[in-house]
Ligand binder design. Structure first.
Ligand code: CTP
Ligand code: CA
Length: 222
């Protein structure tokens, strides 16, 4: 439950939060992206701040604003987010990856606006973006902790377990974004939570604010 007085159990900790969508340009006026609002990440960042952490947010384009005490590093593309996170990671204690990173980016058409001409169809080619969270997992040092999220359509349990393992996470929160009250642009989430000790929990639909608080409880208090 939420307490009126925050425990300062993240005091002295450097916490990195990725949030929002990434935006992958194609031509001078168009990009590939997704409807992530950054809300889950904002809630994780604010909860960490209230619990005493020094918080750095690497934010895709969302329009969200944060208290001055939170450092915000604005980025647009997955490659920019990747670079910013890898630069910060050695000085961080915990990273929490809520960003909806575009898995692929269009091979750019160029700086000018693409003209449709008389074309009746258009094929755009994509190339893979780096997996930022996996890169953090692969380069973690002793004591660093990682929280990941997973957005699935359908039962998220198997994918949560696979991603926890393959990305070297301490904790993962997965949701079925096709369910009512879960996913992009909602104020709530219905989470399946799994940790590296094998603890598994299915949470009801909860406000993202409370999901965030409970995730920090889970990581810090067990
Ligand atoms: N993630 C990331 N960098 C990427 C893709 C994902 O850091 N290029 C992070 C997300 O922020 C999230 C976790 O990895 O914490 C899982 O993201 P998700 O899209 O659910 O999984 P993917 O590994 O991208 O696999 P897929 O989209 O195929 O399910
Ligand atoms: Ca993905």
């Amino acid at each position: 439950t939420l307490r009126a007085i925050s425990p300062q159990d993240l005091a002295g900790k450097q916490v990195l939060v990725t949030l929002g969508p990434t935006r992958e340009p194609w031509d001078g006026v168009r990009f590939w992206s997704n409807p992530s609002s950054g809300a889950m990440g904002a809630c994780m960042a604010m909860a960490a701040y209230l619990r005493g952490a020094e918080v750095t947010v690497v934010a895709g384009p969302t329009g969200l604003l944060f208290p001055q005490a939170i450092t915000v590093i604005p980025v647009r593309t997955a490659l920019e987010m990747h670079r910013a996170c890898l630069d910060l990671w050695p000085s961080m204690d915990i990273a929490c990856a809520t960003a909806a990173v575009a898995d692929f980016r269009p091979i750019p058409h160029g700086p000018d606006k693409f003209k449709k001409g008389g074309a009746s169809s258009l094929t755009v080619q994509f190339e893979a973006n780096p997996d930022i969270l996996k890169a953090l997992g692969d380069s973690r040092r002793d004591g660093q902790q990682l929280i990941g999220f997973a957005a699935e359509t359908g039962d998220p349990r198997a994918e949560a377990a696979r991603k926890l393992e393959s990305k070297g996470l301490d904790l993962i929160a997965a949701n079925d974004v096709s369910r009512q009250g879960s996913g992009f642009g909602t104020a709530t989430n219905e989470m399946f939570v799994l940790d590296r000790q094998g603890r598994r929990e299915s949470w009801p639909v909860l406000p993202k604010t409370e999901v965030a608080w409970r995730l920090w409880d889970h990581l810090l208090l067990g």
